[in-house]
Ligand binder design. Structure first.
Ligand SMILES: Nc1nc2c(ncn2[C@@H]2O[C@H](COP(=O)(O)OP(=O)(O)OP(=O)(O)O)[C@@H](O)[C@H]2O)c(=O)[nH]1
Ligand SMILES: [Mg+2]
Length: 396
């Protein structure tokens, strides 16, 4: 199994609140000491936290269940129960979380240390001390703790890089990454050498740098599942710029460009709207004259550059062009919308065999109305409306 895991499904449950106590004060020479039952503790939250030390979701692959602790019940002398233990799910920066049942987008963790409370723990119940009043000085009841919430979530890693390499297999994507960064991706003269994305930090002039992501090659029909399909395209969704790569010996550069663009568009129309550049790779095979001649055959709607990772031709120019695009203010502003899970997974081919069945199930679930799903929670809210007790009796 590969170490690169970019999709996991986890069942999470927050803790139940502790029950309030129904205790009456008992002490020598203090007859009828009155109610003194304390409140229950809050149930533990399930929290997501960004951690830049993780690169993939492999550490969560077998953590299929995450349960936060329950709150302890309240005690005598108005002592409050202990809060349940919070459970923290550490995720790499760039993780997008969806509800596995409804497909709804829940949150997006992009920064180191960023925390998001995914499921709130149940509130602790109020002890009988709260319910004392002039007309009822011996309340023999206390509130139960609120139930925890459960949810199955899908975590998807969408690598955060500045530049994403897009091209057919064997066009020299990994070779370029190995030349401009310290990354050591596998390079070989056959298609589909790269099976999982590689990241590299490209150093630029004056100690500046940007991140480049090399993803497996795309072929015509990838959107229907051919080759490795389009599942890796999620990793270029957030790149500022896409670098299309077509080899100099391609039979028809324009056609190859059209196919790539079309596959991206099928996956997510937003991708086709991203800024892009075209690199004609392996240009060490061309001479000046041939390059001039080919210039006329290049697609018109895209800026292009001839490069060679072997001779170094055009590499500096390419870096300059990429750097300029990455830092163009208008490009920074393009925010990608995280669409509901199913819309995209329906058109995408299945993930690796292990998840195939589960995903199949999910595909059949219709997206239901919000009301249908959150009805239960609303009911709880009504029950736990404590405002009616405020200012009653000895409180005031
Ligand atoms: N002549 C020449 N050959 C190159 C150049 N760049 C890459 N190659 C060769 O092209 C072949 C494929 O290179 P890779 O970098 O593995 O291609 P890739 O696009 O990553 O391929 P996949 O990972 O299979 O999608 C290798 O044999 C490289 O040596 C170049 O600039 N000039
Ligand atoms: Mg490769």
């Amino acid at each position: 199994m590969s170490d690169f895991v970019d999709y996991v499904k986890i069942y999470c449950r927050s803790g139940k609140g502790g029950a309030g106590s129904r205790h009456f004060h008992r002490e020598k020479f203090v007859p009828k000491g009155g109610p003194d039952g304390g409140d229950g503790g809050r149930g533990g939250h399930v929290i997501l936290r960004g951690n830049r030390n993780y690169w993939t979701l492999i550490h969560l692959k077998y953590a299929r269940h995450v349960f936060a602790g329950n709150g302890d019940p309240g005690g005598r002398s108005r002592s409050t129960g202990k809060d349940g233990e919070d459970k923290i799910i550490e995720v790499p920066c760039g993780t997008v979380i969806h509800d596995a049942v409804t497909g709804k987008f829940l949150c997006d963790i992009t920064e180191d240390g960023q925390e998001h409370i995914l499921l709130e723990g149940g509130k602790g119940g109020l002890g009988n001390w709260h319910f004392r009043s002039s007309t009822n000085q011996t309340p023999r009841y206390a509130q139960p703790g609120e139930q925890g919430i459960e949810k199955t979530i899908v975590l998807q890693l969408k690598i955060l890089a500045d530049v994403g390499l897009v091209g057919f297999p064997n066009v020299g994507k990994s070779t370029l990454l190995s030349v401009v960064s310290a990354a050591k991706p596998e390079i070989a003269d056959y298609p589909f050498t790269t099976l999982v994305p590689n990241l590299g930090v490209v150093s630029y002039r004056d100690n500046l740098s940007f991140v480049m992501a090399d993803i497996p090659g795309i072929i015509e029909g990838a959107s229907e599942g051919k080759g490795l399909g389009l599942r890796f395209l999620r990793h270029i969704e957030r790149n500022v710029i896409l670098l299309f790569m077509i080899p100099a010996d391609s039979a028809d550069i324009k056609e190859e460009y059209r196919i790539l663009l079309n596959e991206l568009e099928t996956y997510n129309p937003d991708l086709a709207r991203k800024p892009r550049l075209l690199a004609i790779t392996k240009s060490d095979m061309l001479d000046e004259e041939l390059m001039e001649h080919m210039q006329a055959e290049l697609p018109e709607d895209i800026q292009s550059v001839f490069i060679s990772s072997v001779s170094g031709l055009g590499i500096t120019t390419l870096k300059d062009m990429l750097w300029e695009e990455i830092n163009r203010e208008s490009n920074q502003l393009i925010e990608l919308e995280h669409r509901p899970l199913f819309e995209s997974s329906l058109s995408r081919n299945k993930d690796d065999g292990t998840d195939e069945e589960e995903e199949g199930d999910m595909d059949e679930v219709e997206i239901l109305d919000k009301e249908d799903f959150f009805m239960d929670d609303d009911e709880h809210d009504d029950e736990d409306d404590f405002s009616q007790f405020e200012g009653v009796g000895w409180d005031s």
